[in-house]
Design a protein around this ligand. Structure first.
Ligand code: CP
Ligand code: NVA
Length: 308
């Protein structure tokens, strides 16, 4: 079958572990090489990645482009606004056509069903670059980042604070597949997708919801938050009031395990979900997370496009 990368819960733990280990190896091998230099083995020489971003992106879009270059291939950003898709050509027809030109498709879209439809009709691998449901590429970079800072992910304790959004769902999937403890504290009405939690619990994952942010961070070696206003569900200032108790401040960080790391997928709304003192402080690993998008995605691409 085709090696789509759609969601972590649809992948096996062993496969995910292999991808993560490969990412770490490839990162180590690059040493001080210039960013534009091709990896010595150029594993994706001649391959073309077709990227469709129907929402804004800095990290995902650019790290995929650089990833393909380092792997010896190329990426083309198809500019969602200029595709016939924007004038009503179907996702299925677009999938057929793109499959004739490229070797893999990256899609960032609003409705998750757009992604699964693309994967259903494409005859080349499709990669989820974020939907309203999930953001699995982000979590692969984050697993790499946690392991660099804290050692093996299995058995770590992670706390999520704030909006139970797409990144939170992929974090739950990650807890389920990589075997770490996860506590999520979110305001009423903004809790994570219950189906995602139920599925994780049914598989025996150590995932739990708390109302109290202090309870969630107790013993945590990593605190993770994200914007209170995701793309496509922007909130007016007055709608943010329920989120206030979940802001990651120095006081909250001090209630986690000593030397806990602070994580954020970025972009940040500084002063809302996190204070400057935390995101710019010594426990923050946000720039490592952003860099690791590149290394993790190289390993994802190599897995999707491995032939034979
Ligand atoms: N974290 C993340 O996916 O960032 P972008 O929206 O800039 O791609
Ligand atoms: N939850 C955010 C993540 C951005 C990378 C959003 O969907 O906008």
């Amino acid at each position: 079958g085709l090696r789509h990368f759609l969601d972590l819960d649809r992948m096996g733990s062993q496969t995910l572990r292999q991808i993560l280990d490969h990412a770490r190896q490839m990162k180590a091998r690059r040493g001080g090489m210039p960013r534009g230099a091709v990896d010595r083995d150029a594993p994706l020489s001649g391959d073309i990645l077709l990227m469709i971003f129907q929402k804004s992106s800095t990290r995902t879009r650019i790290s995929f482009e650089v990833a393909m270059r380092q792997l010896g291939g190329a990426a083309s950003d198809l500019d969602g606004s200029r595709l016939q898709l924007g004038r009503g050509e179907s996702i299925a027809d677009t999938a057929h056509v793109l499959s004739a030109y490229g070797d893999a498709i990256v899609l960032r879209t609003d409705q998750h069903s757009n992604l699964t439809e693309m994967a259903q009709h494409a005859t080349i691998p499709v990669i989820n670059a974020l939907t309203d449901h999930s953001h699995p590429c982000q979590l692969m970079a984050d697993m790499l980042t946690i392991e660099e800072a804290k050692g093996p992910i299995r058995g770590q304790s992670v706390a999520w604070l704030g909006d139970g959004n797409n990144v939170a769902s992929s974090l739950i999937h990650a807890a389920q597949r990589f075997g770490f403890r996860l506590r999520l504290a979110c305001p009423p009405g903004h809790q994570p997708n219950p189906a995602v939690i139920e599925a994780a619990l049914a598989e025996g994952a150590d995932v739990g919801l708390c109302d109290d942010p202090i309870e969630a961070v107790a013993g945590a070696s990593a605190l993770y938050t994200d914007t209170w206003s995701s793309m496509g569900q922007e909130r007016a200032p007055e709608e943010l009031a329920p989120f206030e108790p979940y802001r990651v401040t120095s006081e909250l960080l001090a209630k986690a395990a000593p030397d806990a790391i602070f994580m954020h997928c970025l972009p940040a709304h500084r002063g809302e979900e996190v204070t400057d003192a935390v995101i710019d402080g010594p426990q923050s690993v946000v720039w490592a997370q952003a860099e690791n998008r590149l290394h993790a995605q190289k390993a994802i691409l190599a897995w999707c496009l491995a032939r034979g």
